[in-house]
Design a binder for this molecule. Sequence first.
Ligand code: FMN
Length: 256
Amino acid sequence: MILYFTATGNSLYAAKKLDSELLSIPQELKKKNRHYKADKIGVVCPLFEFEIPPMVKDFIAGSEFETSYFYLIVTFGMHHGGVAVRTQEFLSSIGKKADYINTVIMHDNAIIVFDMDEQRKIEDTKRVEEHLAQIKADIDARTHYIQPSPQGESDFYNGYIHYREQAGPMYSFPLYQVNEKCVGCGTCSRICPRGCIRIEDKRPVYDYTDCINCMACIQACPAKAIKFASVQEPNPEARYRNVHISLQELIEANRQ
Ligand SMILES: Cc1cc2nc3c(=O)[nH]c(=O)nc-3n(C[C@H](O)[C@H](O)[C@H](O)COP(=O)(O)O)c2cc1C
């Protein structure tokens, strides 16, 4: 059994490669009592600023997992920053423990930093299939492993923390602006895992209270009408969704 969160499909694609019983975390979060029982239970999610997303942490903290093998797979795009070690520390702080935590590098969907078209060109170099096959073999063999943090990744993480302390967050609210290309289709509202967007007079209206900046809305807009408000994007016309995952799958996973 895998519990997953995905904004643009990478983590769902990885989850599909690892198991056939998949449950969406945003859907499961609607349930009050969450108890999962399976031979192996995995959590698959993206890396957000070198951590697993707070929503995923809340989900794990508020759920019971009855299993003899608990694992986490974190998809990321450029630097994992030693997230596996920090995630095991987080689990320990809430009285839980993983048997296996690993990361897998995929397309980087952080559009405030990267041009999605340029990222597509280097996707093949990331050897996603090979890494997922290795992780699957590890899980099948019930391998015990917490990915260590190499010095380069720790340095990158510490540099980021230092930068954030000096410069503050990379973005501010309101995050997005919607331009005249919007046709009021409502895709943004349906794909938001936090229920932050309602459609009024055929226009999206954001309530950022629960927004986790997952970028699902901005990436999925068919008219590319949503842009970052406070950040200059490297390429405001380039958007990303994992090629193996349909828009409908993302909506079904995240719809509130
Ligand atoms: C808000 C945000 C923060 C991110 N932070 C990182 C990061 O710290 N390091 C990294 O390598 N990739 C980072 N990424 C890229 C994603 O982790 C990566 O593209 C992931 O595979 C997306 O998964 P998904 O398609 O399942 O949503 C970030 C993406 C977003 C939207």
